[in-house]
Design a protein around this ligand. Sequence first.
Ligand code: BTN
Length: 253
Amino acid sequence: MEELPVSCAVWCGKHWIYLDEVGSTNDYLKKGDFPDGTVVIAGRQTAGKGRRGKSWSGAPTGQALYLSVLFHSMKPDDMGLLPLLCGLAAARTLGDAARIKWPNDVLLHQKKVCGILCESRIQGSQVSAVCGIGINLNQPAAFFVENDLPHATSLLSVTGEERPVLTEACMLLDELEPILDQYRREGFAPFLPAYQALCATLGRQVQVIRAQQTVTAQAVSIAPDGGLVCSKDGETFVIRAGEASVRGLYGYL
Ligand code: BTN
């Protein structure tokens, strides 16, 4: 297997697979026997998966990055934190204007440029995580109008910069690998300040939709387990990504 071009990453993407077309890069990695850090990149997805059962496909080859990476030896707690760590890595590749909508959407100018779906994979006693990252790179603004995606954007539409898919993949792996190395050694605490600094949800009013009830609260900070700390009427509570959906009151945030 050839090395991924220009990547400095050592183990993340050392084993990588490029597919012209696949249903979902996440599903591809959920079956089969692959080493830690295996990366799958697809030119196109025909059944790409987003969070909450949404689909994530459709961009022509060369216009979006569809990448999944496999991490072995994960613990249950890791599954709540990996999306935040992947979001941090992706945001760092997308320039100074990139912000994170908790837990892991990356935004440029308040529109979504990157989505992340982390799934667990259990094979015998081995618990692994499949982290899927989709980044809108080179779609023109018209793509989002034609596909009725008013809250989405691409790097090209915002910055005018066209970035080849494999260049972005390498930039992403170069950010992700040291993050994962440090996370495996030291946990999430060292990343809290950096994550909070980029998290555009904090300090805003958010609508928390929970158990079919909607409450408006203030997003305050990120909990050590990756949850969103909110406050309402002097009371503080933490919501977790799987438990509640947070929609901001202003724009996409
Ligand atoms: C979201 O809804 O925001 C998550 C989108 C995740 C999309 C990526 S693209 C690569 C990987 N393969 C998939 O099927 N989904 C993820």
